[in-house]
Design a binder for this molecule. Structure first.
Ligand code: PA5
Length: 456
């Protein structure tokens, strides 16, 4: 497994003093980075945060593989019902290992019902058959409105097709000791996997949340966890020069806070990493966008994550990135070895727009385009850095996801915030419950009515 981080285009001599980091600034930040590592380690050792331990849960992996073996050959579709951290990881894994949906060829299909758009759900159901579908319903809280609503529809659809056998086609992934999903799963006898309390939704991709769907669509979850375990070991190292997550956290923290880059563009040059970019967007936004620091001081901190795809978004976003406000840091994600080179035929058309490409490969073109964009940004004093994955296989993917999670946790320490809560989304959820008539939310019904009155 080989993943590296190249921060050279974040340096002042490449992008100017106002936009880049000096060696003195980096050296001054190093003690804080080491303190962040130690602070996070203490939380892990105390059992408060659990994601670093996920890849070593061999008993869980065996249990999931046993379920996948039992169901093998009985389905052509895996339908995940979940949202946020209970959906994005599944998409990241599927997209990375089997390709983005429009051009995916591998079976079984993965259908993710996250949004509650009724037409989307209708079309999804039309595309599946109850006999050939396994449903995985995922909700840590066991009560998220979108997931509960979507699941009620899918459950009824399954029961209409299969009668009493429906329960045998449903797998629930939820908390062990709370939530109505757990109650229903027990009553109806679904196969059930538990999400540890100390693992938050957006850090749960290597728990049953990601591993159950991954195993059901045929991904090698042992390799996924092996790569993640290797990265975990690397991320606990106090040697900043070899600890990739810590080094990236230090550079991203400095460029954000010292050079005021309040947005980060995650820029994969790989369609296969597109799902991971959306998973990362949630991880970074929900973990690091906070009103208060740990002392209770109001700080309204956050760095807006943006997902862009290379080379596609060179023709959509790069004009803004190069000439617009200099408020972003760009993090390229590149893959050294693609499975296919994409040889371009030597057509010899006698046309300059075609002939120089003949005999080259799409892999070389992709790499040249990325290097060209990095350079163009740097020349225009736009700081950028690059993660390089040797290839996209299960081991590299597991390692990369774990690297992102560690980096996020370290950033939380550096900013002195709680990266593991999400108070900001609670009020909207409570208003929704009130609007939909859930018992116990009358107070929010009143608050919502006051808001509407004020609006006129
Ligand atoms: O990261 C998080 O905690 C959230 O994004 C949750 O994953 C999301 O709100 C879904 O929650 P649940 O799994 O309880 O349905």
């Amino acid at each position: 497994m080989s993943i590296s981080f190249d921060p050279r285009n974040l340096l002042a001599h490449m992008v100017g003093d106002g936009n880049g980091l000096t060696q003195a600034e980096i050296d001054e930040g190093k003690p804080a980075a080491l303190a962040a590592l130690q602070g996070f380690r203490q939380q892990f050792d105390a059992g408060a945060i659990g994601f670093p331990a996920l890849p070593n849960n061999k008993a869980l992996i065996d249990e999931i593989l046993a379920l996948a073996k039992k169901l093998d050959g009985t389905y052509d579709t895996v339908c995940v019902v979940g949202i946020g951290g209970s959906a994005l990881g599944c998409w990241a894994l599927d997209c990375a290992m089997r390709g983005p949906h429009p051009v995916q060829v591998k079976k079984p299909r993965l259908v993710i019902l996250d949004n509650v758009d009724p037409d989307f759900i209708h079309n999804a159901l039309e595309s599946m058959t109850p006999k050939k579908t396994v449903v995985v319903v995922i909700a840590k809280s066991g009560s998220t409105a979108e997931t509960m609503g979507g699941f009620l529809i899918v459950r009824e659809w399954l029961m209409a097709g299969l009668g009493k056998k429906a329960a045998g086609r449903i797998v629930a992934v939820t908390s062990e000791g709370r939530g109505d999903l757990k109650v229903l799963a027990t009553t109806e006898g679904y196969a059930t996997f538990h999400i540890p309390e100390n693992v938050g939704g957006r850090f749960s991709v290597l728990s049953a949340v990601g591993l159950v769907p991954a195993a059901l669509i045929g991904l090698n979850i042992k390799k996924l966890c092996r790569g993640a375990a290797e990265m975990t070991e690397n991320s606990w190292s106090e040697d900043l020069s070899s600890n990739i997550a810590l080094s990236a956290a230090l550079h991203h923290w400095l460029i954000w806070t010292l050079k005021h880059k309040t947005m980060q563009v995650a820029f994969p040059y790989s369609n296969f990493l597109w799902g991971t970019a959306f998973w990362f967007r949630q991880l970074w936004a929900e973990s690091l966008g906070k009103a208060k620091d740990r002392t209770g001081t109001v700080i309204h901190v956050g760095q807006t994550p943006i997902a862009a795809l290379g080379t596609t978004d060179q023709h959509s976003q790069v004009q803004l990135y190069i000439e617009g406000p200099n408020d972003k840091v760009f993090t390229f994600w590149t893959v050294k070895k693609t499975k296919n080179a994409g040889k371009i035929p030597k057509a010899k058309l006698g046309l300059v727009g075609f002939d120089y490409l003949g005999g080259k490969t799409m892999a070389t073109l992709l790499d040249s385009e990325r290097r060209a964009t990095e350079a163009a940004l740097a020349v225009n004093e736009r700081p950028n850095c690059t993660f390089t994955l040797d290839k996209v296989d299960e081991e590299h993917l597991g390692a990369f996801l774990q690297l992102m999670e560690f980096e996020t946790a370290f950033l939380g320490e550096l900013l002195n915030i709680n990266a593991f809560d999400q108070e900001g989304v609670e009020l909207g959820k409570k208003f929704t419950y009130a609007l939909m008539g859930r018992a116990g939310f009358d107070e929010f019904k009143q608050q919502f009515a006051d808001y509407e009155k004020k609006r006129g």
